[in-house]
Design a protein around this ligand. Structure first.
Ligand code: OOB
Length: 561
């Protein structure tokens, strides 16, 4: 087990195993079994490529061989920053088979984020696309490897330039032996029947990967997920979403995110033996033809995209006869918009309220419209424990709003190497403090009322205020900074930075300058404040802290004009 990953106390682990939540599966075996069951059926469609389960399994083995060959070993961390392309899944399954850990970066992350997570996780390799969506990841890699000595390899899906082309690492295709299984050193079984030959096989209780938290602190936190807990969450998600081997899932959101990865997402679809279609963009122009051509049955969006799709479908009077379920989550979906889904797209809406730390709530496909339109669903597992509490951690009366706490068979017990933060982010009995304010109605459905965490939810993309504040404070002309959410009709929220200029600064600061400064430091574009307001001093709370509530009100008032 990777050091620095808090895990479930034994009695909980035993219970989750006994109750059949954790079935002792690993991702490597899961793909092998699906390949046996579904062989030539298509697993992944990516551009012109159509990859069968057998081919995905074989390419995964061949890539695992190549990765072992360059020295990637069990437990090694590998930062994976790939767009929605087939290689994403070949890479992660190859790492899973080795027992090495993908560290999932989002395609929009830049130097600050990538250097930090590479350094913090002591990553040995960084896997990128050459160029994608107008951005050259090789240039980013050049900067990152200068800063992170642990990084020994940069592997590129595409034109590699001075780096190593991922394609070169795939060994020769092998003729399957009798019984259908090609033997490689990555899947060879030792005399005890254990997979992995000379290597030890990943254990279902091992950490499978590290995922980034939306974050509330100055530095991003990493979320450790085990094979057992993650496979449970995607298996249950697939069940709740009615997936089977005829399902077709369109991945429009970046696959590294927990929601399109596992709720039920790409991995849940592969678990069910369905077909995954990878979209390169989320716009109706790119996604609608795919929905039709591939007869997509289910897809997942964040609220702003759902609005764009609804408007476009109305304008174009287009229908998607095969689409059964549209999932919307990641941020609050307004009841008005929710009510438009069924009449406009002719499919069922499913609201998804989840978090990379674990807990996922779904409205069920057979819930009454009232529940689907007005609530964010209920926990997916009967073993999810949720508590709604006041500021002193006492449970609030039923139906009242409070802080949501949760623990369960797929909710982490702590972040990777973050002891001090974990003591605040989790209760002493292991409940995760979600930072969400919710109320639970009389029939057990959750309604998200707000948030008490210092985070901006920009259309589903999470921004930790403190992280941006720290970057602002690095500017010599900035004396102090406070970052808050401001309401936005389209994204729900955007980011506003209040800045107190340095009194001694000789030239006046401008918002444009500050934004350019942040970009120059390598902060991901979605974290750069949408608006910068200069102010002489911050309003304070009774205890003398900066009142973000007052700042939020101030900017909302300014917006109203
Ligand atoms: C998903 O995961 P994260 O880790 O990016 O963000 C989690 C946070 C939640 O704590 C909540 O504040 C917010 O995003 N959120 C919602 C929401 N879904 C997520 N707030 C209101 N309504 C919703 N439906 O965002 C995520 C992970 C798995 C599945 C779906 C979403």
């Amino acid at each position: 087990m990777l050091a620095g990953c808090p895990t479930w106390p034994q009695e909980f682990a035993e219970r989750y195993r006994q109750e059949g939540c954790w079935r002792g599966e690993t991702f490597g075996e899961m793909l092998r079994e699906r390949a046996k069951a579904y062989g030539e059926r298509i697993a992944i469609v990516s551009g012109e490529r159509r990859i069968s389960y057998a081919e995905l399994d074989d390419r995964t083995d061949r890539l695992a061989e190549g990765l072992l060959g360059i020295g990637i070993e069990p437990q090694d961390r590998v930062v994976v920053q790939l767009p929605n392309i087939a290689e994403f899944f070949e890479v992660i399954f190859a790492l899973f088979r080795i027992g090495a850990l993908p560290v999932f970066a989002l395609p929009l992350h830049r130097r600050l984020e990538i250097s930090y997570i590479s350094e913090f996780s002591e990553a040995k390799a960084y896997i990128i696309a050459g160029q994608d969506a107008g951005f050259d990841y090789r240039e980013l890699a050049r900067e990152v490897i200068r800063e992170v000595p642990s990084l020994r390899h940069v592997l590129v899906a595409g034109e590699a330039q001075e780096f190593v082309a991922l394609e070169e690492l795939y060994g020769e295709p092998r003729e399957p032996k009798m019984g259908g299984e090609a033997e490689t050193s990555a899947n060879k079984r030792d005399e005890n029947g254990k997979q992995g030959g000379r290597r030890s096989q990943p254990h279902p209780g091992d950490i499978a990967f590290l995922q980034l938290s939306g974050g509330t602190t100055g530095l991003p936190k990493l979320i450790p997920r085990t094979h057992d807990d993650y496979i449970y969450s995607l298996r249950l998600s697939a069940e709740i979403c009615g997936l089977n081997d005829h399902s077709v899932y369109l991945a429009v959101l970046p696959a590294a995110h927990n929601y399109p990865l596992s709720s039920p997402g790409v991995l849940g679809t592969l678990y069910a033996g369905g077909r995954v279609v990878l979209a390169r963009g989320a716009s109706p122009d790119e996604a609608f033809p795919l929905l039709l051509r591939e007869r997509v049955t289910i897809t997942a969006l964040v609220p702003p995209l759902a609005l764009i799709w609804l408007d476009a479908a109305e304008r174009q009077r287009i229908e998607f006869p095969h689409l059964q379920v549209l999932q919307v989550g990641g941020a609050k979906f307004s009841a008005e918009a929710a009510a438009r889904v069924k009449p406009t797209l002719g499919c069922q809406l499913q609201q998804v309220f989840g978090m990379a730390e674990g807990l996922v709530n779904y409205t069920r496909l057979d819930d009454p419209d009232e529940v689907i339109v007005h609530t964010q669903g209920r926990p997916m597992s009967p073993w999810d424990e949720v508590r709604v509490v006041d500021d002193e951690d006492n449970e609030v009366p039923p139906g009242e709003a409070g802080h949501l706490l949760t623990r369960g068979p797929y909710t982490i017990r702590g972040y990777y190497r973050a002891e001090e933060h974990n003591a605040k982010a989790f209760t002493s009995d292991g409940f995760y403090r979600t930072g969400d304010i919710v109320r639970i109605n009389s029939d057990g459905h959750l309604i998200v009322e707000g948030r008490d965490k210092d985070q901006i939810n920009r259309g589903g993309e999470k921004i930790a205020a403190e992280e941006v504040e720290n970057q602002l404070l690095a500017h010599p002309g900035v004396h102090d900074a406070a970052v808050v959410a401001m309401p936005d009709e389209y994204l729900g929220e955007r980011t506003c930075a209040f800045v107190i200029p340095h009194p001694a600064a000789d030239t006046p600061l401008s918002g444009v300058q500050i934004k350019a400064f942040l970009r120059g430091r390598g902060l991901a574009a979605f974290k750069i404040p949408d608006r910068i307001e200069f102010i002489d001093s911050f309003p304070k709370t009774k205890v003398g802290k900066v009142s973000k509530k007052a700042l939020r009100e101030l900017i909302a008032e300014k917006q109203r004009g």
